[in-house]
Design a protein. Sequence first.
Length: 560
Amino acid sequence: MAQIITSKKAGPPRINRGNIFDFLQSNPNNVSPQDAAFIRVDGKQISRAQLFSDARRLAYGLRHTLGLQPGSRIGIFSPNSTAYPIAVHAGLCAGIVLVPLNAAYGSQELVHPLHDADVQYILCHHALLPVARQGLELANIGPISANGRNRLWILDEDDELKKGEQGEEDVRILMSEDELETHKVVNPVEEDAFIAYSSGTSGRPKGVQLTHSNMTSVTSAALITMGEDLTHKDRIAAVLPFNHIFGLAKYVHFAVMVGAPAVVIPRYDLDVFCSVIEKQKCTLAFVVPPILVQLAKDPRASKYDLSSLRYLFSGAAPLGSELSQEVEKKYPFLRVTQGWGLTETSPTATVVSYKDYRKYMGSCGTLVAGLEARIVDDNGKDVGLEQGETGKPGELWIRGPTIMKGYLNNKEATDDCITPDGWFKSGDIAIMRDGYFWIVDRKKELIKFKGFQVAPAELEALLLSHPKVADVAVVGVYDDSQATELPKAYIVANAEGKRDGAEALSSEIVEWTAKKVANHMRLRGGVELIDVIPKSPSGKILRRILRDAAAEKQKKNKKV
């Protein structure tokens, strides 16, 4: 019998909220239409009234000038800008399905999502036009649409209209004097709002179908769960990419719903991020662990006055308690908390509240309102959750209204991760105590040492507390002589560590770790110093790259 864990907070009523565009204008905090919704780094503001009016005007142009119909798909290929949320809201208003494309994609990486999602047009930043043009060419998609329009439209926040070298025009010329009435979403559980491509740490990225119901549900659940932690009085440093579901849901949706203005940072840079917080007096930032590593360890961060910050909310990758404590020790005026979720959960599924963050430091929190969970072993059976049996690891399964509809054009993958009764198999290994979850690691990334399981994230959290370590990743390397995987650490040393030299620092870290971990968790695969840890834009460590490099190195050593 399934042992179901339920949220401590009652979920939102399961009603048809319709189009997420209208839902985001419900304005529960009665914020003035003239208040800022988004702010450029130079201080220029987009008011809430302008956001919704411009979105309706652009929506009219998308439908009546480009001829797009509800259900048509357009891509957004751009770094963060104040134009980005206008484009998102316009698409939603018009009933068009939005495909956020990673601004770091190369032309070849565009081919799969362009084909898979049947993208009709791309709203593209001026600087990315050459990449987009080549992507269309590689995908054998003509640059001109069936109605004679260029498939590429420039999306830019500069005051002057842009024009491309091959006839591409600024999307703002599509804005009509007329405003489109919101497309009526009859069945929000089935009607897609976004096709969000997973980060693709292994294999081709999958198109996650997120419906209007998914997005209204996660926004409403966040309002119930986090409404006291984030209010319209906050000012957010919007540094995470809008093309990632974490940034999209938190900045473009939730912040607008709450009424908290977001200062839009085009790309992450530590100096720019800190400068924006200082100048704009930001009170909150959604971040990923690599940003926290820099705040804790990079001396540049100390040049800025960050005292306006109340807290940092981390997501997208596991955050250990050691790094949280290091950040809070350096910045005693703020608190570091975190949540957990995936693109497939729209994204936030668990969160640590203000009042509990110290007691459960390192935890990713409790379920957000309206969700259910199970912790399941390799045989598909629930681990014991009775008194005295808490803390057993297993795969975290989630069920509720925020779970994706499925993977676009991939029924096999959908059926593999969603059970017939609606449980989404997250692929993350978790333990639970007192209703709080700790993510141990990804199921596919656990290291198997002689029958024992080693969680890379647990070792990484420990190694980040070493005074000479700036960043770290741990992977399993297979050893033929012992017929098992061995934990190996890839280390980015700070200035002090580099002075020691690679050999001395490696030996020091191996010995230091051995004194702090169980026998099976020792770094028997050794320590290797590298310049940078490979990561996805959302902060996930790309362990596959490191494993492949280790395997290639082993092959060369065997030949020698």
